[in-house]
Design a protein around this ligand. Structure first.
Ligand code: FAD
Length: 388
């Protein structure tokens, strides 16, 4: 039985998160939009794209990541005009805090990389930092970096704007449609199977976020991606207290204040999480994140947490995403592995992925981003500022 699809798609994208939607949008500029089909097993914001902290920062240790994040900032600054939905991109800055000489040295190196990419990052000693971030008062603070064009975005309108634009262009998006099988023949990908039936297609893009490993497995492929559960919380809303997102290296913690006044943030899980795609919330996280917030901002000790939730980071061994056609299966494209930073990097990653799907050349170094890079020894250096 074939699923009822108006005309056979040329490209099927598995996943309607920020990566899938931006990629579909880039494809729709260069091919017949009605031949693009986006499938999602859940609803539009069911994945990490509806569960994240909205941080958009250009402070990275690798110049390429800085450049991609700069592209993200450019796209999000004009998103409301281009897509008709305002994602309330608020450029209140980001501050990375140092608590040891080692952390100071590392951040100062990163500062050099970011400045080298033309961004006016500053180093602030502890006093100046505390002026920039009122109420920040943790013991042992040495100083930190500050970049005022970094910011925070509200993720949902980004998804709504992309969806509306795609539907206007004629791209088909089917939610509540799980891909349960990927068929292959001697030439490569031959089709995808959903519970409603089979869809013949020769190009499939795995933009399934934390489920990218299991979607690869449907095609018979093992990949190094690991889904990793990360929790995040929101407090009750209070008056505006501070502008920048505050980040620590030692705990991988991050906190920002939303325009509604809630403090939103989380920290890196301390122990290895059980493998899998489960999303339970834990009282341990509530305790650890509250303790961390209180240590950074002692005067917020009585603030009440309103809710917490979890999402998946799709992690790769070197901290860089995986983009491109899988050398083991013609027609099967990987567009995943964005860890805890896919929202800010999607505007740069998606057009490059779309170009690869269309067989065009890109500026992507396959040794850094290609799906084949893990099979050869001597992989490129890790992006170190993968936090949260
Ligand atoms: C707690 C947390 C905080 C974060 N904070 C930030 C941040 O501050 N800044 C930032 O840039 N990034 C952040 N991230 C990371 C960011 O959210 C992700 O990198 C990004 O959203 C990934 O987008 P995606 O489109 O690749 O995946 P997703 O948004 O996860 O979308 C994948 C989609 O695939 C669908 N799917 C899966 N399997 C199937 C199947 N078999 N068939 C059909 N559909 C399927 C899912 O339903 C899902 O909707 C955070 C993530 C978490 C969890």
């Amino acid at each position: 039985m074939s699923a009822p699809v108006a005309s056979e798609p040329e490209v099927v994208l598995i996943g309607a998160g920020v990566l899938g939607l931006f990629t579909a949008h880039a494809l729709a500029q260069r091919m017949d939009p009605s031949r693009i089909l986006v499938l999602d097993r859940g609803y539009l914001s069911a994945g990490a794209s509806g569960r994240n902290g909205g941080g958009v920062r250009q402070q990275w240790e690798d110049p390429i990541t800085v450049r991609w994040a700069k592209e993200g900032v450019r796209v999000y600054r004009r998103f409301a005009r281009d897509f008709g939905f305002n994602p309330w991109f608020r450029q209140g800055g980001y501050c990375f805090l140092a608590f040891s000489e080692e952390e100071r040295a590392r951040l100062r190196r990163m500062e050099g990389v970011v400045r080298g990419e033309g961004l006016p990052i500053r180093w602030l000693e502890a006093d100046a930092l505390q002026e920039r971030v009122p109420r920040l008062d943790p013991p042992g603070l040495l100083g930190g970096t500050e970049l005022s064009s970094d910011g925070v975005i509200y993720p949902f309108p980004v998804l709504w704007g992309l969806r509306a634009s795609l539907l206007r262009l004629g791209v088909r998006i089917r939610t509540r449609t799980e891909v349960v099988g990927i068929d292959r023949d001697a030439k490569g990908v031959q089709g995808v199977r959903t519970r409603e039936g089979r869809i013949p297609v020769r190009r499939v893009v795995n933009v399934a976020g934390g489920a990218s490993r299991s979607v690869s497995a449907l095609a018979g492929l093992r990949v190094p991606n690991v889904p990793s559960r990360h929790e995040i919380l929101a407090t009750e809303a209070v008056k505006p207290l501070f502008d920048p997102m505050v980040v620590t290296l030692r705990r991988g913690s991050y906190f920002s204040q939303s325009m509604r006044g809630e403090i939103i943030g989380g920290l890196a899980p301390e122990r290895a999480e059980p493998a899998g795609e489960g999303l339970p919330s834990s009282s341990r996280f509530l305790h650890d994140a509250s303790a961390e917030l209180t240590e950074l901002f002692p005067s917020l000790a009585r603030l009440r947490v309103l809710r917490s939730w979890a999402g998946l980071y799709d992690e790769t061994p070197d901290g860089f995403p995986i983009l491109g056609e899988d050398p083991r299966l013609p027609g099967f494209f990987q567009g995943n592995g964005f860890g805890g930073h896919g929202f800010m990097l999607a505007p740069a990653g998606a057009p490059r992925l779309a170009a690869l799907v269309l067989g065009e050349s890109t500026d992507l170094d396959p040794g850094k981003f290609g799906p084949g890079r893990f099979s050869s020894p001597g992989a490129s250096p890790r992006e170190g500022l993968v936090l949260g």
